[in-house]
Design a binder for this molecule. Sequence first.
Ligand code: AMP
Ligand code: MG
Length: 321
Amino acid sequence: MITLGVESTAHTFGISLIKDSQILCNLKNVFTTEQGGLIPNEVAGHHNKIKEELLEKALQETNLKITDINIIGVSTAPGLAPCLLVGLAFTKKLSKELNIPLIPVNHCIAHLEIGKSFTKATDPILLYASGANTQIIAYEGKKYRIFGETLDLGIGNFIDTIARGFNLGFPGGPKIEELAKKSKNYITLPYNVKGMDISLSGIQTNIISKINKEKIEDLCYSLQETVFAMLVEITERAMAHCNKNELILGGGVACNKRLQEMCLEMCRERNAKLFLLENQYLVDNAAMIAITAEKMFKVKKIYKEIDIYPKQRTDQVEIFW
Ligand code: AMP
Ligand code: MG
């Protein structure tokens, strides 16, 4: 069975073709800027422009014909409405023309499902640290529930806004990581853990107020040490609370080597296992949408009245697969 996965929730437009859970290709085209951030309509315009071309490239690379595709999965939630609409219109048209099922996938759950598929993890906690989302997710009582999250900004958006303050462009995370490597000078920053949750807006204001007063490398280093420690603290608390001893990471910020190192240290201390995926499966990608769609299709064949849900939460999704 060949599944086409389409990712279109934010900056990344992705196309993946998989055959019985094996990835045949995982292509993406990411909207980036030298200056400024994401303007939803501009990002949607980018996706619209490149969508056909990317599908064509995927078919060429895999030596498949469009008519070889048996099912289509598309990310319908959560995300930026203009971007979600591009993916939905594109896949609805394809599914109608090819007369094949279309399966709506929740993007956050797809990050977790690909983690489970590619590792030996059976009942993991997911630390999902991406641009817009920062959540600790685990399966409990028939749903993927959120055991901790940011109360305000997504960790990636937080990092990107600060990077804009440094004139580093978008995405800022990798540039901040490189600068952080050049310092070991910790500048005290607020530390905002509130129970199972974290808050980032106060820290953001604090760092921005220091931009012309401290060295950029020191600020990047201190930023990472502070906010990653907060993430690791709430992740550890969720693992203890749920009595789980497997951790997987997802989201673009999870590519950060310092965050991975801190997670590894925490897992070692509590005899838990950390499972890491290749970066291409941590960032927004269409392979995870295809993998999840395939799992869903095996249990339920027909999906009706498919729409976008920009603000859907993980625990609103019924897990039947
Ligand atoms: P996603 O939304 O999951 O695709 O992740 C995108 C976010 O990940 C953006 O906010 C990036 O700045 C951030 N990001 C990517 N690579 C890194 C990195 N090495 N360190 C920190 N953040 C990163
Ligand atoms: Mg994501």
